[in-house]
Design a binder for this molecule. Structure first.
Ligand code: ZN
Length: 133
């Protein structure tokens, strides 16, 4: 894995969170994007080489809605950039890690993504992401 690509934060109100993170980081978000299939609206900030991804549920079926219901707003996942997501999934499966889905899907920010199940990673939802080339 190359680096921490971004950190995902679950929020209830993305406009309010945009304002808050603008104040906190001293920068504007540079992009908003909806990922319909995941039921999320996202907003991105860039801090140096790493991004902050704010995530808001678009409907009550969204994983973000369920997360906030169970645990409240806050740190949702850590995303690592990988060169080849298929290879990395195979490597991790070999080591006994499990994933929330069998194969990668298209995420926000022009990425193929998959998630290591938190049960496999000390309660942390770990995202792998690969730039779509
Ligand atoms: Zn993410």
């Amino acid at each position: 894995m190359r680096k921490i690509e971004h950190i995902g934060i679950a929020v209830k109100d993305i406009e309010a969170a945009n304002q808050l993170y603008k104040s906190l980081l001293g920068i504007e978000h540079y992009k908003e994007e909806q990922v319909e299939i995941e039921g999320v609206a996202t907003s991105f900030f860039k801090v140096g080489d790493t991004k902050i991804e704010l995530l808001k549920a678009l409907n009550s079926e969204s994983p973000i809605a369920k997360f906030i219901e169970n645990r409240g707003e806050g740190l949702h996942h850590i995303a690592f950039e990988v060169e080849d997501i298929g290879k990395e999934m195979a490597r991790l499966r070999e080591l006994g890690f499990t994933f929330t889905k069998d194969s990668p899907s298209e995420g926000a920010d022009n990425k193929l993504v998959c998630f290591v199940h938190p049960k496999s990673a000390n309660g942390v939802l770990v995202e792998l992401c690969q730039e779509i080339r």
